[in-house]
Design a protein around this ligand. Structure first.
Ligand SMILES: O=P(O)(O)OC[C@H]1O[C@H](O)[C@H](O)[C@@H](O)[C@@H]1O
Ligand SMILES: [Fe+2]
Length: 186
């Protein structure tokens, strides 16, 4: 029987994925128009600033059921006015599909909102494990001064629904208030 090396390698202390099949994407500030509370402040900042990047290992076709995807996200530190740099956030298109996130480096919060717009946040630190139930929108904000790195695992048929967040947003935002992160209702 043949012996094989793994197709993908995860650096445990960095959260980075290595391998020829890893897809890499970059989110710059210019792609996040309308995402932050203070759009005027966002528009006045350097539009080429890298806010977050995502690596994904997708061993089956996206949308096919039965598979699992594996990801790595790095959110750089910074704020738009009082609001921490964060991912766009999404529900899953296949609404009742769950996901795991876990913290690897840095610190921040996973912001979760259910279908009734009830919202809460879980602190992310190296080793924190977060179960994101189905029907719950999720986004991550970096509240620290170093990059926030986390890994994720989600079903291959989950999909990303960005439209409902683009239309209605999250019901609260993670803002720096008196030097501390605070989940402030919209
Ligand atoms: O897609 P966003 O809401 O911008 O979040 C960025 C990414 O975060 C994690 O890595 C998830 O596993 C990805 O599925 C998601 O795409
Ligand atoms: Fe997701």
């Amino acid at each position: 029987m043949a012996l094989f090396n793994p197709k993908v390698f995860l650096t445990l202390t960095e959260g980075k994925l290595e391998g020829t099949e890893i897809k890499q994407s970059y989110k710059y500030l210019n792609a996040l128009a309308g995402v932050f509370k203070n759009e005027t402040a966002r528009a006045e900042m350097d539009q080429d600033a890298l806010i977050y990047e995502v690596q994904a290992y997708m061993p089956v076709e996206e949308g096919k059921s039965g598979g699992l995807f594996f990801g790595n996200s790095t959110i750089y530190p910074g704020k738009v006015d009082q609001e921490y740099f964060m991912t766009r956030g999404h529900f899953h298109s296949n609404f009742d599909t769950a996901e795991y996130y876990w913290g690897v480096k840095g610190e921040g919060y996973l912001i979760l909102m259910d279908e009734n717009r009830k919202i809460w946040a879980e602190k992310m630190t190296p080793g924190s494990v977060h179960y994101i139930p189905g029907k719950v929108a999720h986004r991550v904000a970096n509240t620290g001064s170093e990059p926030l790195v986390f890994n994720a695992c989600w079903p291959s048929d989950a999909g990303h629904d960005y439209e409902s967040i683009a239309e209605h947003g999250f019901s609260a935002r993670l803002l720096e208030v008196d030097g501390e992160p605070k989940l402030v209702e919209e």
